[in-house]
Design a protein around this ligand. Structure first.
Ligand SMILES: [Fe+2]
Length: 300
């Protein structure tokens, strides 16, 4: 009798164990997002808002590197090299529980940013400006600039799949609000649309936000973890105070680079912990430090 066997690479997902409970897996798979409350205290959220305004008022040349600011001064990037609260938020274990699980425990930080949005602030015009001005809603899926012919094609960079009870998405978004968000503000999304097999038609509705789109009442410091091919939009900000949102994206770190160059700033690597520095690198043949730490928390 001859035997047949298969060679298995040492570093693999065959014994993958999610950090999520069965209830959480059901919710995430069905809806495409999960809310994690109070990952930042209100005191710390306010501190980060003050910091934002302090940086914003500084001459561009005095900003601590490698932090960058957008031309309209409403977006900062690489803030985790400069401010420890951002650093700790990126590797927060209550957030990373979901991020690591959905990335099959191969998390890599793709970018981090913090964004300010003010009521009636003038935005650069583009081809969609008129469409939105008339009260219409423009939904999108995040892409890397390449769309597959049908929504049901699994884009390995972004696409969502769940097989034999294991959830995987090519990358994951985490949005953390630094201010209170009323229910008719903030992110609007269509639950379940991450699993759609159909290209989105032009939808007509008397009230899209009650018929199709879900948004959330959030407190300062609450986070939403969502898969980027969930159809989503940003609702008009009508409050008198500005909206500040931390937006982090994590990617499956074994294969995906997307031509993105800003992963690590070697010159400033001593500003961040070994754990976060490693999480900015591609995944090699062992669990990253953060995954080892999370396994101690969630698998024991
Ligand atoms: Fe988006």
């Amino acid at each position: 009798m001859k035997k047949m066997d298969q060679i298995i690479a040492d570093y693999n997902s065959l014994n993958f164990e999610s950090f999520m409970s069965e209830d959480e897996k059901w919710f995430f798979d069905t809806h495409g997002y999960i809310i994690v409350r109070n990952v930042l205290s209100r005191k710390n959220a306010n501190y980060l808002i003050d910091k934002f305004e302090e940086w914003r008022s500084m001459p561009r040349k005095d900003l601590p590197a490698p932090m960058t600011i957008s031309p309209n001064k409403n977006v900062f990037q690489n803030v985790h090299y400069v401010e420890k609260l951002y650093h700790d938020l990126i590797i927060n274990d209550r957030i990373m529980k979901y991020v690591s699980s959905v990335l099959l425990h191969n998390p890599r930080l793709m970018f981090t940013s913090v964004i300010r949005l003010k009521k009636d602030e003038k935005k650069k015009k583009n081809k969609f400006t008129k469409f939105i001005k008339d009260g219409n809603v423009l939904l999108h899926r995040d892409t890397n600039g390449y769309n597959y012919p049908f929504e049901s094609f699994i884009n390995p960079l972004i696409g969502y799949q769940c097989i034999n009870g294991i959830i995987h998405s090519g990358y994951v978004n985490v949005s953390v609000t630094l201010v209170d968000v009323p229910k008719d503000h903030g992110i609007g999304l269509i639950p379940g649309s991450h699993k759609s097999s159909f290209n989105t038609p032009l939808i007509e509705s008397e009230d899209p936000y009650s018929e199709y789109i879900q948004s959330f009442k959030l407190s300062a410091g609450d986070a939403i973890v969502f898969v980027p091919n969930l159809l989503h939009t940003t609702r008009k900000w009508k409050m008198d105070y500005p909206r500040y949102t931390v937006f982090n994206r994590y990617v499956f770190g074994k294969y995906v680079d997307e031509g993105y160059v800003g992963h690590t700033f070697e010159k400033y690597k001593n500003n961040i912990s070994d754990e976060l520095y490693e999480m900015e690198q591609k995944n090699i043949h062992q669990d990253k430090l953060i995954v080892k730490r999370l396994k101690k928390i969630y698998l024991n």
